[in-house]
Design a protein around this ligand. Structure first.
Ligand code: IPE
Ligand code: IPE
Ligand code: MG
Length: 228
C-alpha cells in the first residue's frame, strides 16, 4: 500500500490547557505551565521522528481578549520559554521562528523573540515555529494589504510568500488536541490540503506516543489533492 511517509510539516493547535487544570482543581495558569512543558518535549520528539517543520499554535489573536490575569501568566511563560530555549534549540540545530502580529505582544517579549530567531537562524535540522498573537484571517489580510501596497497582481505562489509563514511549506498534518472540531483561525490559507487529526486528549496529556499514533494515521492517508 502506498503511504505518505513521515510528514515534513506538522502543525498543532495546542488546546485544552484550561480544562486540564480545571479537572485537577488547579488555576488555568497551571494548565498553561503543563502545556508549555509538554510543548517543549513534544517538539523535540517531532524532530527526532524526522519532521522538518513543526508549527505550534500557542496564542491566537482572539485569545488576547482573555482576562488580563490569564494573559499575564501566558506572557510570563513566553518570557520563560524564549529565555530558556533559544540556546538549547541552537545546540540542536533547530531554527526558531515566531509568526503573528508582534504589535499585540509586550515589547520585552518581542525583543526575546528577535534574539532567539537571530541566535538560531542557521539551524539546518528543522524549523520550530510558534504562532503567538496569530490569526489566519489577519495573516491573509496583511498579505493582501502588502500586495496592494506593491501594486502587484497576486498569484498563489507570490501570495504565499507574503504570508507570515513565508518560506515554510504548507502543513502536511494538522493536529488539534482538546476535543473541539474546528480550526479556530489557525493557518487558513496554508491548511488547504493538510490532513486533519482531531483528538479528545487535552494538550498537557498529549504524549509522544500519541504523536506517533497521529503520524502513523497520517502515513495511511491517501492524499489526492483533487486528482483521481
Ligand atoms: C490552549 O488551551 C492554550 C491557549 C489557547 C492559550 P486553552 O486555554 O484554550 O484551554 P481550554 O480550551 O480552556 O481547556
Ligand atoms: C485555539 O484554541 C487557539 C490556540 C490553541 C492557541 P482556543 O481555545 O482559543 O479555541 P476556541 O475558542 O475553542 O475556538
Ligand atoms: Mg481552548
Amino acid at each position: 500500500m502506498k503511504t505518505c511517509g513521515v510528514p515534513c510539516h506538522i502543525a498543532i493547535i495546542m488546546d485544552g490547557n484550561g480544562r486540564w487544570a480545571k479537572k485537577r482543581l488547579l488555576p488555568r495558569s497551571a494548565g498553561h505551565r503543563a502545556g508549555m512543558n509538554r510543548m517543549v518535549a513534544l517538539a523535540d520528539h517531532a524532530f527526532d521522528c524526522g519532521v522538518r517543520y513543526c508549527t505550534l499554535f500557542a496564542l491566537s489573536t482572539e485569545n488576547l481578549s482573555r482576562p488580563q490575569e490569564e494573559l499575564n501568566s501566558l506572557f510570563s511563560l513566553f518570557r520563560e520559554y524564549f529565555s530558556a530555549n533559544a540556546e538549547r534549540l541552537k545546540k540542536k540545530g533547530i531554527a526558531l521562528r515566531v509568526i503573528g502580529d508582534r504589535s499585540l505582544l509586550p515589547a520585552d517579549i518581542c525583543e526575546l523573540i528577535a534574539a532567539g530567531e537571530a541566535l538560531t537562524a542557521d539551524g539546518g535540522r528543522g524549523v520550530l515555529t510558534l504562532a503567538v498573537g496569530y490569526g489566519g484571517r489577519q495573516d491573509i489580510l496583511s498579505a493582501v494589504n502588502e500586495a496592494i501596497r506593491r501594486g502587484q497582481p497576486v498569484t498563489a505562489e507570490n501570495f504565499s510568500s507574503l504570508l507570515w509563514t513565508n518560506g515554510l511549506p504548507d502543513p502536511d498534518l494538522l493536529i488539534r488536541t482538546g476535543r473541539e472540531l474546528r480550526i479556530s483561525n489557525f493557518l487558513l490559507w496554508q491548511a488547504a490540503y493538510s490532513e486533519l487529526y482531531f483528538t479528545d486528549t487535552l494538550f498537557p496529556d498529549f504524549s509522544d506516543t500519541e504523536l506517533d499514533r497521529a503520524i502513523e494515521a497520517y502515513e495511511r492517508r491517501d492524499r489526492r489533492f483533487g486528482k483521481v
